[in-house]
Design a protein around this ligand. Structure first.
Ligand code: SF4
Length: 243
């Protein structure tokens, strides 16, 4: 008989089993934009900052209030998007699609991620959701190494710990999906990635999957605007995220 899934017995899996615990959070480094725990990425960002002094070019913080009922997890900052503006998904095509979708579903105060000066739109506030990345530093060729994904996962653990019971997580792409599972101490093989799939995780958190809203995925029609909208419809069917 197939045994029910049992998460690993370690402190990280407790994040999904129990309400947020201050002790767990204090045991970990808090995120700062000075983080240099990944030497390759830190050195790469030093070079980007030197070449593009007007770019943010640091680890990009999450956007939106902590503890909201929906956490959206992307891959990593893009060179001319979050790496330039300092706000996740802001400044490139992926953000245009994501923020217009959030606005359509009442989850942001504006559809346009940029202001007239092409900087992060100060009038755009998230409503009932927060956006972060599996890896917070710009990786060369948009490809973080496994060790870097593991290193940055400690910050994602803190994001999950701040979620209210029954909250939803939207993973944009397989790397984000696997990073969420890792942050919860769960096995990838037990929760297979699938576009518009919904997984109920131990402790009651719900994990939704979508193909990443990158320009490449939309140009190749792997993800259409309608497909992304369907994912948000699925999430909003489960509970009201709007304040
Ligand atoms: S990827 Fe994450 S852990 Fe690595 S240096 Fe950047 S912020 Fe720090």
């Amino acid at each position: 008989m197939k045994r029910p899934h049992q998460p690993r017995n370690d402190p990280v899996s407790d994040v999904l089993q129990a309400p947020p615990r201050a002790g767990l959070l204090f045991a970990m480094n808090r995120f700062t934009t000075d983080c240099r725990l990944c030497p390759r990425l830190a050195t790469f960002l030093d070079g980007v900052r030197a070449a593009q002094p007007d770019y943010f070019a640091k680890p990009v913080p999450s956007f939106g209030e902590a503890g909201t009922p929906l956490l959206i997890v992307g891959l990593a900052p893009g060179m001319h998007g979050a790496n330039r503006t300092g706000r996740p998904f802001t400044g490139d095509y992926a953000g245009e699609l994501l923020y217009s979708t959030l606005h359509k579903f009442g989850l942001s105060t504006a559809a346009e991620p940029l202001d007239a000066n092409k900087q992060a739109n100060p009038a755009l506030k998230l409503k009932g959701c927060r956006i972060t990345n599996a890896v917070r530093c710009l990786p060369p060729q948009n490809k973080p190494e496994p060790a870097e994904i593991r290193q940055c996962n400690a910050y994602l653990v803190q994001e999950l710990a701040a979620l209210p019971r029954g909250a939803s997580i939207l993973a944009l792409g397989t790397i984000a999906h696997e990073a969420v599972l890792r942050a919860g101490g769960l096995k990838v093989k037990d929760f297979k990635f699938g576009h518009n799939a919904r997984h109920v995780l131990p402790g009651g958190l719900k994990l939704y999957d979508s193909y990443h809203c990158s320009r490449y995925n939309t140009q190749t029609k792997r993800l259409t605007e309608a497909m992304l909208h369907q994912v948000f419809e699925s999430i909003l069917e489960q509970h009201t995220l709007r304040p």
